[in-house]
Design a protein around this ligand. Structure first.
Ligand SMILES: Cc1ncc(COP(=O)(O)O)c(C=O)c1O
Length: 393
């Protein structure tokens, strides 16, 4: 729970700034707000950090996925390639924008594999929603090349890898757009919140307009109340943006601590011959939110993850939980929706009930993810190493 470990006076001060002006809305009210613009300030600093032209905040990571899809012109009749190992939010966003999610195999990076992607491209494929899972990145060069070759939109879901980089360039800046989440469990949190970044004038304009009922905006404010497109409301409030801003300014510290703590534990785990590690295409750019280890068999992974849980090690066995892996998404397989959705009217290229992902099954069934805390002391790290001895020794 990194960001939440650091809640303090900075978050309170940013929130108080907003409450004192009484302007909780991110636009307009120039006089009353006395120069306090939290969403705008966050967006400026977040864009600068990533070295991109634009950032636009949203109400959540899920709405950031939706806004990114809309901003890239993805919708009904399109297929979007997604991974079977992800928190389900990006898949929901694809369905809710009217497009069809097409699942492809992952590889040892825990992200979509280039071969998996190539195998499911059809003439209807419009985009790849590439999720950088559990703190680090996919094989970005190969996937960017596939997008160029097939003229596909690349959207990077960087909700779990904020601050990561690949060959010195920030993860989230390789595609057309990228989305982030600042929910309660993320590297930084705004309570709830998200963001989309892009270098494209057109994508930014569409993201901004779509997120605010299609209003056009002039500078900081809503414009002349023209509505060039239909939109919706995914607008962040100044209160959430204020918390996000204080947290974002702690990101360098968070990353430094996560990386240092992960290194201690990972170095220790190397002594167990049965443990192998997830492939990280650029280790120096790992945001280090998790250590991801493979056990030789699914049975062993299940047993070890349970023993770790009992010993107080913060370990997850995704193969069995029902929100991170396709195998357990029965609501999707049985197409249980609140109301009819567009994809129920299309000929689907995949039968979700019967499709198999042998490579992904093999990897996820053997995977254990251990989350890294920022404020672990040296004593607590030593204690964790002792627990590894008990469980794995
Ligand atoms: C990869 C990924 N994308 C999107 C989301 C959705 O974020 P939110 O909870 O802010 O809607 C999550 C949340 O866990 C996530 O892990």
């Amino acid at each position: 729970m990194p960001g939440t470990e650091l809640f303090g006076k900075e978050e309170r001060q940013e929130v108080m700034d907003v409450l004192e002006t009484g302007v909780l809305f991110r636009y307009n009210n120039d006089e009353a707000r006395k120069g306090i613009w939290k969403a705008k300030t966050f967006e400026k600093e977040f864009a600068e950090f990533h070295g991109v032209k634009y950032c636009h905040m949203t109400t959540s990571g899920t709405t950031a996925d939706s806004v990114a899809l809309a901003s890239a012109g993805v919708g009904a009749g399109h297929e979007v390639i997604v991974p079977p190992f992800t928190f389900i939010a990006p898949v929901e966003a694809v369905i809710n924008c009217g497009a069809v999610p097409v699942f492809a195999e992952i590889d040892e990076t825990l992200c979509l594999s280039p071969e998996g992607i190539e195998a499911v491209i059809t003439p209807k494929t419009k985009a790849i929603l590439l999720v950088h899972m559990c703190g680090s990145m996919a094989k970005i060069d190969e996937i960017v090349a596939i997008c160029k070759k097939h003229d596909l939109v690349l959207i990077e879901d960087t909700a779990q890898a904020l601050g990561g980089s690949y060959k010195g360039q920030k993860v989230g800046t390789f595609g057309d757009t990228a989305c982030f989440s600042f929910d309660f469990f993320k590297i930084i949190t705004a309570g709830e919140g998200g963001a989309v970044i892009t270098n494209s004038d057109e994508c930014y304009e569409r993201a901004h307009t779509y997120s605010d009922h299609g209003h056009n905006h002039q500078g900081d404010n809503r414009g002349a109340e023209n509505h060039p497109i239909l939109g919706t409301n995914h607008r962040i409030s100044e209160l959430h943006a204020a918390v996000g801003l204080a947290q974002f300014r702690k990101l360098d510290f968070i990353l430094e601590k996560q990386r240092a703590n992960k290194k201690v534990l990972k170095d220790y785990l190397k002594k167990f011959p049965q443990v192998t590690f997830r492939e990280i295409p650029d280790e120096a750019g790992d945001s280090a939110t998790f250590i991801n280890i493979f056990m030789p068999t699914a049975e062993e992974a299940d047993k070890v993850a349970a023993a770790m849980g009992e010993a107080g090690i913060p370990a997850a066995y995704w193969f069995k939980n029902n929100y991170h892996y396709f195998k357990n998404w029965n609501h999707l397989k049985e197409m249980k929706t609140a109301a009819p959705v567009a994809l129920q009217y299309f000929d689907l290229p995949q039968d979700y009930k019967t499709i198999q992902f042998p490579k992904s099954d093999d990897l996820i069934s053997r995977l254990i993810s251990i989350s890294i805390k920022i404020m672990w002391t040296d004593e607590e790290l030593a204690e964790l190493c002792k627990k590894f001895d008990e469980v794995l020794g």
